[in-house]
Design a protein around this ligand. Structure first.
Ligand code: AMP
Length: 538
């Protein structure tokens, strides 16, 4: 590995407090990385004990308007309470604890409580079915599942505990289920000393959204992971987050919820807003109401949500004062130009930089991101060596600290380069453009067509809310282009298919002309909001 890269990451790691300093910064390989050997560290210590106990750590609000505020001191006390409870339940260093919880303060506290005693948390999206829960219990060998009675969604209580009970019934394993009460008054707890673990001790296992094939349990280290998350948050949102409240709309069941809702902002002492409920409930102004009320200065969300609010019109937004916003972020899918421009103008008042962040569950933290001046265009961040392979795939050449250390229950083939599975191109200025998953690339008449490029053009149409392009087998061309389009509410369908086809022919060229345009009411998506083109293809 490049000496400069190593030096850079050493400097970043030194920003964290290590109980014992590492003896070697890197050893191993891309497949089996080991960063900061011998270093002793604890995630909950860095997120809590290090911060001003008087400062607000979490502001929770749900769709019924209930709010709970916790200072860093109060959150630490809660974490100590749960850490003691876990210990009482016989959870030890290295044990896996499954969390099937909504986005409530207790979820954050229990993640940190696991980290405090060296246990490995495995958060499952609250809402995933019982079979998936059972599979994950079986695969991780977890002895304990923590859940609660329900979560809120559009004024309804969605049961959670009963789903876990059902999962457990299908198993022979002995697994304990603890259902916690929401908002229980937690007594002030005495300090549980953090267990400082070796840098490569797993902090968590997280099953990927399944954008690609069967979900796999991605295991992250403690020291390397925290270094990358601390460093990348510092280089993007930390400064703006200090000016108000930081809000990342991801669920904790997603990697974004781990890295940039819990670990990144808390290590930086930010005040983090967490919201339980639907973004458009009780009405379409909900997000903007929350931004105004809590003086959100850094807002980090996903294109799927931006497209949704964009389609609802601006009148719900104009009612609220969004002047506290200083920076906007995006993650999860390509932020197509029409969507980015709207986001910048309507939400950011043409004043907020837009930080688009490309990364994956496997990468642990941001890899390719915009800076404050690049208008959403993005480059590999310092410390990351990204290239495009001969086949047009984005690959990472050198190991980086946030890279996952293994997949639960499998041994990976050794390899020196990390293949991302995304197609991309780099322009002469070094900006990277993500073209979608390599599996989704359309091969038509000898051309490799990116669905993203076609969709970006379709999204320029005022009547369109969402679009997906996929290839379908064709005797002559290999594949032909088939479009799926969701119209905006109240838009007229007449002539739209022709208009879309014409737009593609003019802007992309004849090879971009779709063989069919299907109008649908919604697109299949993962739980983190990514369009599943594979399903449409089928
Ligand atoms: P996940 O691990 O579930 O977060 O999914 C990672 C995948 O999401 C990446 O491989 C990309 O296909 C996609 N992705 C994430 N962030 C971006 C982004 N900023 N632009 C384009 N695609 C993205």
């Amino acid at each position: 590995m490049n000496k400069k890269t190593i030096k850079f990451w050493e400097k970043e790691a030194e920003k964290l407090e290590w109980k014992k300093k590492w003896t070697r910064s890197f050893s191993g390989t891309m497949t089996k990385p080991h960063w900061f050997l011998g270093g002793k560290i604890n995630a909950s210590y860095l997120c809590l004990d290090k911060n001003d106990p008087e400062k607000l750590a979490l502001i929770y609000e749900n769709e019924l308007g209930k709010t709970i505020e916790l200072t860093y001191g109060e959150l630490l006390s809660q974490v100590n309470y749960w850490a003691a409870k876990l210990t009482k339940l016989n959870v030890k260093k290295g044990d896996v604890v499954i969390l099937y919880l909504p986005l409530i303060p207790e979820a954050v506290a229990i993640m940190l409580a696991c980290a405090r005693i060296g246990a490995i948390h495995a958060v499952i999206f609250a809402g995933l079915g019982y079979e998936s829960i059972a599979e994950r219990i079986q695969e991780t060998g977890a002895k304990l599942v923590i859940t609660t009675e329900y979560t809120l969604r559009r004024g309804k209580q969605i049961p959670l505990e009963s789903v876990v009970e059902k999962a457990v019934k299908t198993l022979n394993n002995k697994v304990k289920v603890v259902s916690i009460k929401r908002n229980e008054k937690i007594p002030k707890a005495k300090n549980i000393p953090p267990v400082f673990v070796e840098s490569n001790h797993p902090l968590f296992v997280l099953y990927t959204s399944g954008t690609t094939k069967k979900p796999k349990g991605v295991v992250h280290s403690t020291g390397g992971y925290l270094t990358q998350v601390y460093s990348t948050f510092e280089r993007t949102f930390a400064e703006a987050a200090k000016l108000g409240t930081y809000w990342c709309t991801a669920d904790i069941g997603w990697i974004t919820g781990h890295s940039y809702l819990v670990y990144g902002p808390l290590m930086h002492g930010s005040t983090v807003l967490i919201y339980e409920g639907a973004p458009d409930y009780p009405d379409a102004g909900q997000l903007w109401r929350l931004i105004e009320k809590h003086k959100v200065s850094a807002f980090y969300t996903a294109p799927t949500l931006i497209r949704m609010v964009k389609s609802l019109g601006e009148k719900f937004i104009k009612k609220y004062d969004l002047s506290s916003l200083k920076i906007l972020g995006s993650v999860g899918e390509v932020l197509n130009e029409p969507t980015r421009k709207w986001y910048s103008r309507v939400i950011g008042h043409n004043k907020c930089p837009i930080i688009d962040t490309w990364w994956q569950t496997e990468t642990g933290g941001f890899m390719i991101a915009s800076d404050k001046k690049s208008n959403g265009r993005k480059k590999p961040m310092e410390g990351i060596s990204a290239k495009i392979s001969k086949d047009g795939e984005l690959v990472i050449v050198d190991p980086w600290p946030g890279k996952f250390i293994r997949i639960w229950g499998t041994t990976l083939k050794a390899g020196s380069i990390y293949q991302t599975g995304d197609a991309a191109k780099i322009d002469k200025n070094g900006f990277v453009y993500i073209l979608g998953r390599t599996d989704d690339t359309i091969s038509s008449a000898g051309h490799r067509i990116s669905p993203i490029e076609l969709e970006s053009i379709v999204l320029e149409n005022d009547r369109v809310m969402e679009a997906a392009a996929v290839g379908q087998k064709d005797e002559i061309k290999g594949e032909k282009i088939v479009l799926f389009v969701v119209m905006k509410k109240g838009a007229k369908k007449e002539g739209l298919a022709e208009e879309i086809s014409l737009g593609l022919r003019q802007k992309f060229g004849a090879i971009g002309t779709p063989a069919a345009v299907n109008f649908v009411t919604e697109l299949p998506k993962t739980r983190s909001g990514k369009i599943i083109r594979r399903a449409l293809k089928k």
